[in-house]
Design a binder for this molecule. Structure first.
Ligand code: DAH
Length: 344
């Protein structure tokens, strides 16, 4: 057998195969087939034992290996260049295109309302109190004159942690905290903005999570005239100097008497339109004189102190102010929605 011819044939076959290689992946296959340890050029050396003229055969195999390796290296560098050019082309950055502007964050419109209301009451000398989202049954209900079997609990079902803790259903809980915290029972003027939660099915006007701003004033000789004057000033600052308010009698367990407060419609000025459903008035909050039972439970002597309280639904005010028709929009984290409101 002509071993040298065999080696040369393998060499020619390898060069022909290399000619057809047109990608880095195929080049890899080629290497494995011919030049790697078990490739057909490397295995030519296995014949050494049978070959009569070992020196000549060895030299022939080496020549084949060198030739094929040289061509392989050439091909390798050509393909690397092609791949690099392709990448450069694909990743080319057109520096003449206009840059993309950094987008700024936006403040959620309900936060804008909280800030605005807070400013109005800070100007009137109120302090801002932090309430807590996880509340005890005692502060959310009991101290506010809503005992365990009270029917108003039905409307304020919420998320419970065992029997005693819950996600608060109203920021009113912050009133009870403030009164109880006061070691010396001194006058109070506070607002408490924050979240509240109820086990409501979400729809256009209900959200299981929403925001309220609670207000509480406790002092000697506080009357419903103070309540009315305060809320009138608030309504004018919030909705315009021409606004008036009216009080309608209502019921809340923690106030006595209780009222719903309406503001004259800021869209039609009181003539009647879609916004106010033709009535000229828009309901904005609940309020009342602090129930003496609440004062007493929280350590204030109702014979010495009296007070008023109110609770504003933040999303409702934001919806009225900005013409938003669905409460769920506040919580969907849709940047397109937020972009409609001022950056501040
Ligand atoms: N907590 C009431 C609610 O969630 C709102 C409210 C009404 C708060 C009257 C008050 C108040 O402080 O006096 O429906």
């Amino acid at each position: 057998m002509d071993y040298i011819a065999l080696a040369n044939d393998v060499g020619l076959e390898a060069l022909a195969a290399l000619n057809n290689v047109d990608s880095q992946a195929k080049l890899e296959e080629f290497y494995v087939a011919y030049l790697a340890k078990k490739g057909s050029i490397s295995t030519l050396m296995n014949h050494m034992r049978e070959v009569p003229d070992k020196a000549a055969y060895g030299a022939a195999v080496n020549k084949v290996r060198q030739e094929v390796s040289a061509k392989y290296e050439e091909k390798k560098s050509v393909l690397a260049k092609v791949a690099l050019n392709k990448r450069l082309e694909e990743e080319r950055i057109d520096i003449t295109l206009p840059g993309s502007a950094t987008s700024f964050g936006h403040i959620n419109p309900y936060r804008l309302i909280i800030d605005e209301v807070t400013d109005i009451f800070l100007d009137m000398g109120y302090e801002v109190c932090e309430g807590r989202d996880v509340e005890s049954d005692r502060f959310n209900f009991e101290l506010l004159n809503v005992p365990k079997d009270h029917p108003s609990r039905d409307m304020q079902d919420t998320f419970y942690f065992g029997d005693d803790y819950l996600l608060r259903t109203q920021t009113s809980a912050a009133q009870a905290h403030k009164m109880c915290e006061m070691k010396e029972k001194k006058p109070i003027r506070m607002i408490a903005p924050g979240k509240a939660y109820r086990r409501d099915d979400d729809d256009m006007t209900h959200s299981h999570q929403f925001a309220q701003i609670e207000g509480l004033v406790v002092d000697k000789d506080i009357s419903i005239a103070h309540l009315k004057a305060t809320l009138e000033l608030f309504a004018k600052k919030m909705f315009g100097q021409k606004r008036e308010i009216r009080l309608r009698s209502s019921y809340f367990p923690f106030t006595e008497p209780s009222v719903e407060v309406d503001v004259s419609c800021f869209s039609c000025g009181g003539k009647g339109c879609n916004m106010c459903k033709g009535t000229g008035w828009i309901e904005i909050l609940g309020a009342g004189m602090v129930n003496p039972r609440v004062l007493e439970s929280c350590g204030y002597d109702p014979n010495v102190y009296s007070g008023f309280a109110f609770g504003v639904g933040v999303e409702r005010v934001a919806m009225l102010r900005y013409g938003i028709d669905d409460i769920r929009r506040f919580y969907q984290n849709d940047f397109r929605f937020l972009k409609d409101y001022p950056v501040k």
